[in-house]
Design a binder for this molecule. Structure first.
Ligand SMILES: *Cc1c(COP(=O)(O)O)cnc(C)c1O
Length: 369
C-alpha cells in the first residue's frame, strides 16, 4: 500500500468542477487584481475567525513582513521567534529590518517555551511572533501577559493553524484574536491551500488594517499617489477564487483531520514513539502530526519500506541554520537541538482513507529498533 504524505490531486478531484468554474470566471471577467473574489474571500476568512479585518497578500512570508511594517518596526528592533519553525517566521523579521532573537520550544507542545521568553527580552525587544506550530496554538494567554508587561506587540504566525482554537477566560477563541495581528499562508500544502502562493493578515485594529493594506499595495492612497513605499504583495483574483471554493469545505476538512488525529492518538501504541500532547484548552487543526523517536533514521526507513511517506518539520532548528551562523549561544536551544534529530511527521490529510490510516497505525505499532 502507498500512503503519500499529502494528496492535493485527490482534493482537487473532489471539487474539480467548482474550482474550474471559479477560475474560468476570473479569466472571463479579467478579474485578476483587487477583484470581487478577493473582497469576498477577505470577508469570509475574517468572519470565520471572528476578526474584523482581513487583508489578502501575496504569501505568508510577506504577511509577516507587512504586519511588522504596519506595526512600525524600526531598524534593529528585536523580535522574539521560536527556535523551531519554518524559516519564513524569522526571514520576514530580517527583511523588515528587525533583529531575530530565538527562544527554545516547549518540550511538550513544541511551540515557543513561554517560561524562557522573559530571559530573551532586552530593552530593544519590541515584538513577539509566536507560531501556532503544526496546527496547535501557542500559549497565547501567557504570551499576552508578557507582552503587556514589557510593552511588546504580538504577531501570531498562523500559517499552519487556520481556525485553530484556544480556550481561556473569554471562552474558545480562534487564532487571530490574541495578538495585534495574525498572518496566514495559503501555500498549496497548508490546511487551506491556494493553487500557487497566497497569504493573508487578520487584525481587529482599524488603523493597522489600513496600513497593512497600503503596505501590500505600494503604499497607495490612489492609483499614482503613494503615502510611503510599500510592496507589491496582493492576493490575486485566481487564488482568491480557488480559496473561496475551498472555504466552503475548510471546516469539514478540519474536522476530518481531527478525527484522524484522535484515531492516531488512541491507537498508536509503541514505547519507542512519543505521541503529540494536546493541552485541554487547545483545539488543534493538525496541519502536521509529529512524532518523536530516537533512531529516527531507522524508523523512517522502515516506514518508507511499508510505502508510508513521512516528513521532518524541521530537520535543522532555525538557530542552527547557516543563515543564522551569526547567532552565538546555540546551547540556549537545548530542546530544539535535541528534537531536530528526533521529530518526524506522518501523513495526516482529510482524504486519507480508513485502510491507509489503519496501515499507518499497524506499521508504527510494529516498529522495532
Ligand atoms: C508556510 C509558513 C510560512 C510562510 O508561508 P509562505 O506562504 O510559504 O510564504 C510562515 N510561517 C510558517 C510557520 C509556515 O509554515
Amino acid at each position: 500500500m502507498k500512503v503519500p504524505f499529502l494528496d492535493l490531486k485527490a482534493q482537487y478531484e473532489s471539487i474539480k468542477e467548482e474550482i474550474n468554474n471559479a477560475i474560468s470566471e476570473v479569466i472571463e471577467n479579467s478579474a485578476f487584481i483587487k477583484s470581487q473574489q478577493v473582497k469576498d474571500f477577505e470577508k469570509e476568512f475574517a468572519r470565520l475567525h471572528n476578526v474584523k479585518h482581513c487583508i489578502g497578500v501575496g504569501n505568508g512570508t510577506d504577511a509577516i513582513t507587512i504586519s511588522l511594517k504596519a506595526l512600525g518596526i524600526k531598524q534593529g528592533d528585536e523580535v522574539i521567534i521560536p527556535a523551531n519553525s519554518f524559516i519564513a517566521s524569522s526571514e520576514a523579521v530580517s527583511s523588515a529590518g528587525g533583529r531575530v532573537v530565538f527562544v527554545d520550544n516547549n518540550p511538550e507542545t513544541y511551540t515557543i517555551d513561554v517560561s524562557k521568553i522573559e530571559d530573551a527580552i532586552t530593552n530593544k525587544t519590541k515584538y513577539i511572533i509566536p507560531v501556532h506550530l503544526y496546527g496547535q496554538t501557542a500559549q497565547m494567554h501567557e504570551i499576552v501577559e508578557i507582552a503587556k508587561k514589557y510593552d511588546l506587540k504580538i504577531i501570531e504566525d498562523s500559517a499552519q493553524a487556520h481556525l485553530a482554537e484556544l480556550n481561556g477566560s473569554n471562552g474558545w477563541q480562534k487564532v487571530g484574536n490574541f495578538g495585534d495581528m495574525a498572518t496566514f499562508s495559503f501555500y498549496p500544502g497548508k490546511n487551506l491551500g491556494a493553487y500557487g502562493d497566497a497569504g493573508a493578515i487578520l487584525t481587529n485594529n482599524d488603523e493597522l488594517a489600513r496600513l497593512a493594506r497600503m503596505y501590500a499595495d505600494h503604499g497607495r492612497i490612489s492609483k499614482y499617489d503613494h503615502e510611503f513605499e510599500g510592496f507589491n504583495s496582493r492576493l490575486d483574483g485566481i487564488q482568491a477564487a480557488v480559496l473561496n471554493v475551498k472555504l466552503k469545505y475548510i471546516q469539514d476538512w478540519t474536522e476530518k483531520r481531527r478525527e484522524i488525529a484522535s484515531i492516531f492518538l488512541n491507537e498508536i501504541k509503541n514505547d519507542i514513539i512519543a505521541l503529540p500532547k494536546v493541552p485541554t484548552n487547545v483545539k488543534p487543526v493538525w496541519h502536521l502530526f509529529v512524532l518523536r523517536a530516537k533512531n529516527r533514521e531507522l524508523i523512517l526507513k522502515q516506514l518508507e519500506s511499508k510505502g508510508i511517506h513521512t516528513g521532518i518539520h524541521y530537520p535543522i532548528a532555525l538557530p542552527n541554520l547557516k543563515a543564522y551562523s551569526y547567532i552565538q549561544a546555540k546551547s540556549n536551544f537545548s530542546v530544539a537541538n535535541q528534537y531536530q534529530n528526533q521529530i518526524f511527521s506522518i501523513p495526516i490529510f482529510p482524504e486519507l482513507n480508513a485502510d491507509q490510516i489503519d496501515h499507518i497505525i499497524k506499521s508504527i505499532n510494529k516498529l522495532e529498533i
